[in-house]
Design a protein around this ligand. Structure first.
Ligand code: HEM
Length: 223
């Protein structure tokens, strides 16, 4: 006897196994901040460490790098403002994130917790807030280095020191971020290239978000 297939079952069967996680606009903003930030890190190392001075030649010479670095910093800040605005609704902490942080050890060991994670987990939210605050501090401390006559000498020294410390923190956390988004969790990187993830990836890493997307309550899941 022929099997009766409901319209709903048929639609589910024909549905692509991929779901949208990040829209084109979100990806453009993310890669804009990434490219500008990578330039800032490389030029920052070149300007800040005599041993890395050879990088200055590769990047067009000391004078050019000194001129371009602050302007790229402005471009990075603009990207960060967009990043702040586009992800703010998804990045507020909720009680479920407390559960994620309590199980951080398990997450580090196994790459998973039984938290009913929404679009972003507690660690991702923490990285977002770190990036926003860090970007703000780099801007505030970078201005006196750009315009040295603005403030007294002692303030400039304090700005130089803080700019350096926050720069190193940003570089360190970026390494962790890249590792987690690529090698540690396969299937994540594609969310920032094609914008899609598999349904299995979504259900495993972000079950609460996945249920919402699956039930059609959030259009395709994208921000
Ligand atoms: C080559 C460098 C980078 C790679 C490969 C990368 C990769 C990714 C990927 C795949 C996601 C999506 C994660 C998901 O949907 O669950 C993501 C999200 C994110 N990225 Fe990046 N990213 C890079 C650089 C940056 C930089 C420079 C910043 C900040 C200035 C940044 C900030 C963020 C934030 C705040 C999120 C959302 C929260 C999170 O997933 O941690 N990323 N990134």
């Amino acid at each position: 006897m022929a099997e009766i297939v409901t319209a709903e079952e048929l639609a589910r069967e024909q549905e692509p196994r991929l779901i949208t996680r990040h829209t084109f606009g979100v990806r453009v903003v993310h890669w804009w901040t990434t490219l500008t930030f990578l330039y800032l890190i490389l030029s920052g190392f070149a300007l800040g460490y005599p041993r890395m001075a050879w990088l200055l030649d590769v990047m067009g010479g000391g004078q050019s790098v000194r001129f371009v670095h602050p302007w790229v910093g402005v471009g990075f800040t603009v990207g960060l403002v967009f990043m702040f605005a586009m992800w703010l609704p998804s990045m507020r902490f909720h009680s479920v994130d407390r559960h994620w942080f309590r199980n951080l050890g398990e997450y580090v060991r196994t790459g998973h917790t039984d938290t009913d994670t929404d679009k972003f987990n507690g660690g991702q939210k923490a990285y977002y807030w770190f990036s926003v605050i860090n970007g703000l501090v780099l801007l505030i401390t970078g201005i006196p280095l750009w315009l040295p006559d603005l403030l007294p000498r002692e303030w400039n020294l304090a700005a130089r020191f803080s700019h350096h410390v926050f720069f190193l923190m940003a570089a360190g956390f970026l390494v962790v971020h890249v590792y987690l988004s690529t090698a540690r969790f396969p299937g994540t990187f594609r969310s920032m290239t094609s914008g899609t993830v598999s349904r299995a990836w979504a259900a495993f890493h972000h079950p609460r978000w996945f249920r919402r997307v699956d039930a059609g309550r959030e259009h395709e899941g994208a921000d």
